[in-house]
Design a protein around this ligand. Structure first.
Ligand SMILES: Nc1ncnc2c1ncn2[C@@H]1O[C@H](COP(=O)(O)OP(=O)(O)OP(=O)(O)O)[C@@H](O)[C@H]1O
Ligand SMILES: [Mg+2]
Length: 249
């Protein structure tokens, strides 16, 4: 398997004055190019810590973490999307999406072409003059996705991105993510607490133990990528199996 992402013997400790918390211990996994993976585990098991390491935001780790053979700090083809969207409230949709391209130093005309293209793709062009507080939660999350995708990342990390959305909007966003993954063949690592979401979106599903987190189960999921999966018996069987793994974790 040609691995895009390799993690070996990863350990992360948080040091507080007189105390050390081991958030991750002996985490090992690989993800091939273009795979979508879900990461699920109990609260506090180290999921966000893992994404922060992969995004290059937490450099205090031990073990091997390689993205295309580079350390996360060296690799600039990774995007991280958080639950609270992380949009700049004083900038319009258009400016929020364009900002990353400007920071990269892209020529003005090209910035505009790329911004327009991604907003159109995500159905946001009509909302381009609005500010984040004039948008619904689902629209804000779409802007956050547009802002990341416009930079053409190879690895998209998402930390519970849909957890504050209502059930129907959440399913719409899951369908949208599935479509984007199928079109772009990005590598996706999605952290979620929602078992059905993990099954709908993850070709691979990683289950983590309680803190200090490690991967205790790795499932291959042939149902990911099938828009009609939610109506299938196998989907609910997979979800039940995951649920029992989580109970045991
Ligand atoms: N900056 C920090 N300093 C000290 N301990 C921390 C810090 N950040 C996280 N932790 C601890 O590390 C462990 C893992 O935290 P993390 O946020 O990665 O968990 P999580 O799996 O994302 O949880 P949740 O599902 O609730 O978001 C927890 O015990 C947490 O209290
Ligand atoms: Mg978290």
């Amino acid at each position: 398997m040609k691995a895009n992402l390799t993690i070996e013997s990863l350990r992360v400790d948080y040091k507080q004055r007189d105390q050390q918390i081991t958030a991750l211990n002996d985490v090992n996994f690989r993800l091939a190019y273009g795979t979508s993976a879900s990461l699920i585990g109990p609260s506090g098991c180290g999921k966000s810590t893992l994404l922060n390491v992969l995004a290059g935001l937490n450099r205090n780790y031990r073990g091997k973490v390689l993205l295309n053979g580079e350390s996360p700090q060296e690799n600039d083809r990774t995007a991280l999307i958080l639950q609270d969207y992380g949009l700049l409230p004083w900038k319009t949709v258009w400016d929020n999406v364009k900002l990353g391209l400007q920071i990269k130093g892209m020529a003005k005309k090209e910035c505009e072409i790329k911004t327009e293209e991604i907003l159109r793709k995500l159905g946001l062009l009509d909302l381009r003059k609005r500010f984040p507080n004039q948008l619904s939660g689902g629209q804000r999350q779409r802007v956050a996705i547009a802002r990341s995708l416009v930079l053409e990342p190879e690895l998209l990390l998402m930390d519970e991105p849909f957890s504050s959305l209502d059930a129907l909007t959440r399913e719409e966003m899951q369908d949208l993510l599935l479509r984007l993954w199928q079109e772009t063949k990005l590598t996706i690592l999605l952290v979620t607490h929602n078992i059905e979401e993990a099954v709908f979106l993850g070709q691979k599903i990683f289950v983590m133990s309680t803190c200090p987190g490690t991967i205790i189960r790795e499932l291959e999921n042939p149902l990911a990528g099938d828009y009609s999966a939610r109506g299938k018996v196998e989907f609910w069987e997979m979800a039940a199996s995951l649920r029992s793994s989580l109970r045991r974790s």
